[in-house]
Design a protein around this ligand. Structure first.
Ligand SMILES: O=C(CO)[C@H](O)[C@H](O)COP(=O)(O)O
Ligand SMILES: [Fe+2]
Length: 228
């Protein structure tokens, strides 16, 4: 499957997480933003909530860890039931060791880059990862405007993935909506996180279907989309 749509529960009602997860059944993954009020200026949820959420939904959990000391915490989110764990390059002391540990524990390993962090220094790490996340807003809050100056970085990352012949996924997160998803897909993204565009819609499941259809119109013709 080329296109994946991952609703972000950051924009959901935290008092009704199980229902909100069910409202987007049909989505590929449920994106869970973990913030520690240090790596980003906001605080969300931790391991016990992820454990409960994993029991409450059949949709696999895509954890986005915006926390310091990712090396210590990321493995605990695999144990909590995450199917994919994304740590920030800026927060991991030993990203290769951490990616290997996440994979060894049975989850997909992914690395995120803040807007000011380039992909080039991480080229040699790509084979250790299942996904790269290019942030298209400054991490910390939902509902921010999409940074279109990130499009060249998405394109460059897709080129590096192709150059190395890898099957990995390329996720974008932040301001992804009907107005921006096609540009992300054209640049080479295939996994789309959408918070406010899904949970702000009258019918979240329908918003997921519409975003998927929009992205698929672009990826259907893309050479890189045929490789997975
Ligand atoms: O990681 C995030 C913020 O740091 C969120 O996943 C992201 O902002 C989703 O919200 P929206 O689609 O409304 O921008
Ligand atoms: Fe996120």
């Amino acid at each position: 499957m080329a296109v994946q749509i991952n609703p972000s529960i950051l924009s959901a009602d935290f008092a009704r997480l199980a229902e909100e997860a069910k409202a987007v059944e049909g989505a590929d993954w449920l994106h869970v933003d973990v913030m520690d009020n240090h790596f980003v200026p906001n605080l969300t949820l931790g391991v016990p909530v992820v454990e409960s959420l994993a029991r409450a939904t059949d949709t696999p959990l895509d954890l986005h860890l915006m926390i310091e000391d990712a090396d210590r915490w990321a493995p605990q989110y695999v144990e909590a039931g995450a199917g994919s764990v994304t740590f920030h390059a800026e927060a991991a002391a030993a990203p290769v060791r951490l990616a290997r540990e996440i994979r060894a524990k049975g989850a997909r390993a992914s690395m995120a880059l803040k807007p000011a962090t380039p992909i080039e220094p991480y080229e040699d790490l790509l084979p250790e990862l299942d996904m790269v996340l290019i942030m298209t807003v400054e991490p910390g809050f939902g509902g921010q405007a999409f940074l279109d100056i990130m499009l060249p970085k998405i394109r460059r990352t897709r080129e590096l993935i192709s150059k190395h012949g890898l099957q990995m996924w390329l996720q974008v997160d932040g301001g992804v909506s009907a107005a921006t998803i096609e540009r992300c897909a054209e640049a080479g993204a295939d996994v789309f996180v959408a918070g406010s565009a899904v949970y702000g819609a009258e019918n979240p499941a329908e918003a997921v279907r519409a975003l998927r259809a929009q992205a698929e119109t672009v990826t259907a013709g893309a050479a890189w989309a045929c490789s997975h």
